[in-house]
Write a protein that binds this ligand. Structure first.
Ligand code: KIV
Length: 272
């Protein structure tokens, strides 16, 4: 039996190879088929169907109201036009409170939504869930640092890991998640020095959002890079439509700047 794979599709081994060879991973969110096609064409390596859709598509204040049905629907839309990029899908709030529930959520996101990797927020608390998912053949990206699903506990979106004990814990969590089988790690709103230390201590790639160019890759919310986010614009983002006439060119500029390591610049980063 010969196994046919699309030669150019980004897989977990592609991501590890990119880290080993020092090639930066460019990633963005998308929630529909048309933008998925634009991102794929521009050379985005990972398209994330993020639960940020609760804010940018559904108009909520947080990601908390997003359901598994919402994620499956948007994932299926994106999957229909995503050919080269790896399709990563967020496990929404309260959809992975036990390993059993997490397995069922991942099954839906992959079998019904067409996802190739799932992303879940949490450090030590999620290590056993990551292990169970990984044992069943589910590629997992863990998400530490600022965890937007915890917003009602945190009371605000703040930089994480500035205190010495928090930084030590974050590094320990990152290593534990890798040992449990995580294939990638998103670091959100983390000071540059800590992001660099975590990245250097892992074999799996780190993908930063507000976590400096020290990470192995970058991820941003699509609406932020097109300058259509209403209200407060996060410090770590950049409007790539400025200086470009077409959305396609803005996305290509983002890919080029991430690959060259010129984005994020100092003004997009946080100090300890
Ligand atoms: O939901 C989301 O968009 C995310 C980010 C990392 C971009 O989790």
């Amino acid at each position: 039996m010969s196994i046919q794979t699309k030669a150019s599709r980004v897989t977990v081994s592609t991501l590890r190879k990119m880290k080993a060879e020092g090639e930066k991973i460019a990633s963005l969110t998308a929630y529909d088929a048309s933008f998925a096609a634009v991102l794929d064409e521009a050379g985005i390596d990972i398209i994330l169907v993020g639960d940020s859709l609760g804010m940018v598509v559904q108009g909520h204040d947080t990601t908390v109201p997003v359901s598994v049905d919402d994620m499956v629907y948007h994932s299926r839309c994106v999957a229909s036009r995503c050919q080269r990029a790896m399709l990563m899908v967020d496990m929404p709030f309260m959809s992975y409170t036990s390993s059993q529930q997490a397995l069922e959520t991942a099954r839906r996101l992959m079998q019904e939504g067409g996802g190739q990797m799932v992303k879940l927020e949490g450090g030590e608390r999620e290590v056993e869930t990551v292990r169970k998912l990984s044992e069943q053949g589910v590629p997992v990206c863990a998400h530490i640092g600022l965890q937007p699903q915890l917003i009602n506990k945190l009371g605000g979106y703040r930089v994480q890991g500035r205190e010495h004990h928090q930084a030590t814990k974050m590094l320990e969590d990152a290593v534990a998640l890798q040992e449990a089988g995580a294939d990638a790690l998103v670091l959100e709103c983390v000071p540059e020095i800590l992001a660099a230390e975590i990245t250097a201590n892992l074999d799996i790639p780190t993908i930063g959002i507000g976590a400096s160019p020290a990470c192995d890759g970058q991820i941003l919310v699509l609406h932020d890079i097109l300058g259509i986010t209403p209200g407060h614009v996060p410090k770590f983002t950049k409007n790539f439509l400025q200086g470009n006439k077409r959305i396609q060119d803005a996305i290509s500029s983002y890919v080029v700047e991430v690959k060259r390591g010129t984005f994020p610049a100092t003004e997009h980063c946080f100090e300890s």
